[in-house]
Design a protein around this ligand. Structure first.
Ligand code: GLA
Length: 392
C-alpha cells in the first residue's frame, strides 16, 4: 500500500471514460475512505464509533450503456468487463465486481434500476490498509447509480445498502461504521455515531494546531479470514451470558460480576467493548473542549485494550504505537492507536501540526531500524462524504 496519493476528480476521470467507452459520462460521483479515530469493534455491538472521512476518494463515472449490456472497468488500465443485464445483480467475476453487483441488487430492492451502464472506477483510497476502500467503492457506486436513475437515496440508506453488500456479496460480516462515515462525512469534522440507533453528531476537527497522521504498518489486513467473525460471535455470546440484548447494555460492574460465567476470553472481549464505548465519549468531550492531551489518553487506552483484551493488533502495529513514545519528537504526539479492523493496516495519531512531518519522518526511520520495513504515511484533514461531482 502506498499512502502517497495522486489527485483524482471529475476532470481526471472524464478523458479515460471517453477513451474507454467513446462517449461522455452522465454522472460522476465520489465517496471517501475513512480513518477511525476511536471506537473500534464497537459498531456491531450497538456501540459508539468516532471516525472521520479521508480526503481520499473512490470516483465513479457512469452513463447508460449504448451496447444494451453493462460494461464495467474496475480501475484505470484494467480491462472492460461486459455483463448481461440479467446477470448484473447476481454474484460473479471478477471479485471486485461483486461490490457493483451487490449495489445494483440492493437498489433494485428499493425499486431503483439504472439499466445497463458503462462504468469506470478510479480510487486513491489505499487498499488493504484498513482505510475502507471497499466502503468507498460501495457508497460511490450507489451514489452514481441512484443519481443516474434519477432517484434520491438518503445517506443513511446508502450506508445500509453498502453494509448489506458486504454481508451478502462479499461475505464480510462488518458493522455499519465504514459505510456510514463514507456517506455522511463532513469536511473538517469527525463524526460520533451511535450504532444502536444511527443517530450521529458532527465533531469539529478544525484546530489548525492539531493534525491527523495515518501511518501504514505495511502489514496487509483482511477481514474475510474469520477472526473478525469470531470476535463478533464472542461478543454475542458474552451479551447472552449476561442476559443483555447486546454489549451496549452491559456495564463494567456486570462483567466483573459474571467473570466466571464468561470465562477469560469472553470476559476480556466484553471488557474491551464496554471500556471502548466509555473512551469514545471521553474522546468526544475532550476534542469538544480542545483538550487534546485527554483525547490522547483515550486513544492510548483504546490501543492497549485492542492489543490485550480484544487481541486484534499485531507485532508490527504494536511496535509502531510504542515508537510513538520513544522517537525524539514523541512529546508532539498526543496519542496513537491502531485503526480499523486490525491484524495489520494503519495506526492513527493526533500530532501537533508544527511537528507532524518531523514525527512522520522519525517514525519512518525508527520503524525501518526496528523491523526493516519501508513504508509511507499520510497527513490528512477530515474530508467530505459521498457527493455527486458532476451530472449531465
Ligand atoms: C472494520 C469493519 C467495521 C468495524 C471495524 C472495527 O472496519 O468494516 O464495521 O467493525 O472493522 O472497528
Amino acid at each position: 500500500m502506498d499512502l502517497e496519493q495522486r489527485e483524482i476528480n471529475a476532470e481526471t476521470i472524464t478523458p479515460y471514460f471517453e477513451k474507454y467507452f467513446g462517449h461522455k459520462p452522465a454522472v460522476i460521483a465520489a465517496a471517501p475512505g475513512r480513518v477511525n479515530l476511536i471506537g473500534e469493534h464497537t459498531d456491531y455491538n450497538n456501540g459508539f464509533v468516532l471516525p472521520m472521512a479521508l480526503e481520499n476518494n473512490c470516483v465513479v463515472a457512469v452513463a447508460p450503456s449504448p451496447s444494451g449490456e453493462h460494461r464495467w472497468c474496475g480501475s484505470l488500465g484494467d480491462m472492460i468487463y461486459c455483463v448481461p443485464a440479467a446477470e448484473a445483480s447476481s454474484k460473479g467475476e471478477p471479485f471486485w465486481s461483486n461490490y457493483v453487483r451487490g449495489v445494483i441488487a440492493k437498489l433494485k430492492e428499493h425499486g431503483i434500476d439504472p439499466g445497463p451502464v458503462d462504468m469506470l472506477i478510479d480510487s486513491n483510497v489505499p487498499r488493504g490498509g484498513g482505510l475502507s476502500s471497499s466502503a468507498a467503492l460501495e457508497v460511490a457506486v450507489c451514489t452514481a447509480l441512484s443519481k443516474l436513475a434519477g432517484a434520491e437515496v438518503a445517506p443513511k440508506e446508502k450506508a445500509i445498502i453498502g453494509q448489506a453488500v458486504e454481508h451478502e456479496f462479499v461475505n464480510v460480516p462488518c458493522g455499519i461504521m465504514d459505510q456510514f462515515i463514507s456517506a455522511h462525512g463532513r469536511k473538517n469534522h469527525a463524526l460520533m455515531l451511535d450504532c444502536a440507533n444511527l443517530e450521529y453528531k458532527l465533531i469539529p476537527m478544525e484546530d489548525p494546531e492539531v493534525s491527523v497522521l495515518v501511518f501504514d504498518s505495511a502489514v496487509k489486513h483482511s477481514l474475510a479470514d474469520g477472526a473478525y467473525g469470531q470476535r463478533r460471535r464472542q461478543c454475542e455470546e458474552a451479551a447472552q451470558i449476561m442476559g443483555v440484548p447486546s454489549l451496549r447494555e452491559a456495564t463494567l460492574e456486570m462483567i466483573e460480576s459474571k467473570k466466571n460465567d464468561l470465562g477469560d476470553v469472553r470476559y476480556r472481549r466484553a471488557r474491551h467493548v464496554v471500556g471502548e464505548n466509555i473512551r469514545v465519549r471521553n474522546f468526544a468531550e475532550a476534542v469538544g473542549s480542545g483538550n487534546w492531551e485527554e483525547a490522547g489518553v483515550a486513544m492510548r487506552g483504546s490501543h492497549a485494550s485492542l492489543r490485550d483484551d480484544y487481541e486484534v493488533s499485531c507485532a508490527e502495529v504494536d511496535t509502531l504505537v510504542s515508537l510513538c513514545d520513544s522517537i525524539p519528537s514523541s512529546s508532539s504526539i498526543y496519542g496513537a492507536r491502531m485503526t480499523g479492523g486490525g491484524f495489520g493496516g494503519c495506526i492513527v495519531a493526533l500530532v501537533k501540526s508544527d511537528a507532524v512531518e518531523q514525527v512522520g519522518h522519525e517514525l519512518l526511520d525508527a520503524y525501518r531500524d526496528a523491523l526493516g520495513i519501508e513504508t509511507t504515511y499520510l497527513v490528512t484533514r477530515a474530508g467530505d462524504g459521498a457527493r455527486v461531482l458532476r451530472h449531465a
